[in-house]
Write a protein that binds this ligand. Structure first.
Ligand SMILES: NC(=O)c1ccc[n+]([C@@H]2O[C@H](COP(=O)([O-])OP(=O)(O)OC[C@H]3O[C@@H](n4cnc5c(N)ncnc54)[C@H](O)[C@@H]3O)[C@@H](O)[C@H]2O)c1
Length: 437
């Protein structure tokens, strides 16, 4: 294939170097010195293994550079856009290069019969491809009869070449002029023999994944450093601590606790986050992330509270009350907090939880429940039927297929899921998600 890479910075250089093993690559940039370097068989960026790829690509006639004003589409099959999207003063994304390069591509497309695919790899916030990029194309063409695809880039500088060839994650979103099958076929032609994990998603998901990844990476670094600061104040060996932490691939370095769902609850997470936050304050160790975890969790409960209030419905049922299914531990249950707030607004609450037995729960567990929901015994019902009979809206705290199907049949009841376990096929006018998924 003849592939043009627009932008010869870190991303564009790596992509040009790697794809030049199997395709003919033209690297285009507004910076003439970067173009000259490519034409001298040299890389414009420092990156392990890139020099050999660029030298070979250049010597074997598969890689060349062109200054942007000299570039014409001619025989191009694919244009890959890799221009920068840096931060402006207050963090807004500077889209000027992206807009400029898009206008440039549009001008060139108008001069040719050729219809190359245009693939955008620059990182942009959700909505940008449709509202900014696609609208430029729509203003210039009555019909978009060439493919436009968004394909976020995940490379890590310093291991970018290795990452490119070793089982990369390929996420694509058809933007215009192509469907999912077409996007998958095009990807296969570009990556050829490389084995990759392929995801075809909608545009906003493709735009968001990069922000999810990078925010999580930044969170991990900052979190580890916060823990290291408190460890240092307590003379704890952070490295041996983190070795044990990271060896736990069941709960720590794992999928556990990472699926969006309802607020956390239960006595352990709640009290331990509180205690560590207090220790940090006492030691004058600044831990902004840890000290805001509880607040973040409360915001999640508050959002659910608001959503229930906004429904305008009065008779609210709760299926489940303990902080998670299959336990009768109510301490610090986020559902108890939600019910407490709703009772304060005069809502008529009923609760069904098969594991509640007011005669057998005791100690702190009982104290917590009675303190937060003093008339709990009057709110409990003995069966799912009773709960359904009472409620205009049911909050699903614990997953149960039977009640989901019952509410599906009873169109007049709204079911709000907090478990995150309902599939898209379950969601409908009256079966909604309370976890903002
Ligand atoms: N660097 C990374 O590790 C990385 C990883 C993944 C994604 N990204 C994203 O990829 C994009 C590119 O990042 P980068 O680090 O390569 O940026 P960069 O600043 O290193 O390179 C951008 C290049 O685009 C060129 N350019 C600007 N306007 C142009 C135009 N109109 N025509 C042709 N070339 C033009 C610039 O001269 C520059 O060489 C950004 O959106 C970035 O967020 C970067």
């Amino acid at each position: 294939m003849n592939i043009t890479v627009m932008g010869l910075g870190y991303v564009g250089s790596v992509i040009s170097a790697c794809l030049s093993k199997t395709h003919h690559i033209t690297g285009v940039d507004i910076a003439k010195n970067k173009v000259d370097l490519i034409n001298a068989g040299k890389s414009a960026v420092v990156e392990p293994e890139i020099d050999d790829l660029i030298r070979d690509g250049h010597m074997e006639g598969r890689l060349k550079g062109i200054y942007d004003r000299d570039y014409r589409i001619d025989s191009t099959d694919v244009i890959i856009v890799c221009v920068g999207t840096p931060s402006c003063l207050f963090g807004e994304v500077d889209l000027s290069s992206l807009i400029h390069v898009t206008e440039f591509i549009i001008t060139l497309l108008k001069e040719t019969e050729k219809k190359p695919a245009v693939i955008y790899r620059s990182t942009v916030l959700p909505g940008t491809m449709k509202e900014v990029v696609l609208s430029l194309y729509n203003k210039s063409f009555s019909e978009i009869d060439f493919p436009i695809i968004y394909h976020p880039e995940f490379l890590r500088e310093s291991s970018a070449i290795k990452d490119f060839f070793e089982n990369p994650q390929v996420v694509v979103a058809p933007v215009a002029g192509i469907d999912a099958d077409g996007a998958e076929n095009l990807t296969k032609k570009i990556y050829k023999d490389i084995v990759y994990r392929f995801y075809c998603v909608n545009i906003k998901t493709a735009e968001m994944i990069k922000y999810l990844n990078n925010t999580f990476h930044a969170l991990k670094v900052a979190f580890a450093n916060e823990i290291a600061r408190i460890c240092s104040s307590e003379d704890i060996d952070t490295h041996s601590l983190f070795r044990i932490f990271m060896d736990d691939d069941k709960l720590n370095i794992s999928r556990a606790y990472l699926a969006p769902g309802f607020a956390y609850g239960g006595s352990c997470l709640t009290k331990d986050v509180k205690a560590l936050t207090l220790l940090a304050q006492q030691q004058h160790v600044d831990m902004p992330i840890v000290s805001h975890i509880e607040r973040s969790n409360d915001v999640h409960i508050h959002c659910a509270f608001q959503e229930i209030l906004e429904s305008g419905l009065n008779r609210i049922g709760f299926y489940g009350l303990s902080f998670k299914a299959d336990t009768d531990d109510f301490r610090e249950s986020a559902y108890v907090k939600l019910i407490e707030n709703l009772l304060g607004k005069g809502k008529e609450i009923r609760i069904f939880d098969e594991l509640i037995n007011l005669n057998t729960i005791m100690g702190k567990n009982q104290e917590y429940l009675v303190e937060h929901i003093p008339h709990i015994s009057k709110l409990l019902v003995g069966s799912m039927d009773e709960l359904i009979g009472h409620s205009d809206l049911i909050v699903l705290c614990h997953y149960n297929r039977k009640i989901i199907d019952r509410c599906k049949d009873e169109n007049s009841i709204i079911l709000m899921d907090t478990t995150g376990k309902l599939g898209m096929e379950d969601l409908s006018q009256n079966i909604r998600s309370l976890i903002f998924a």
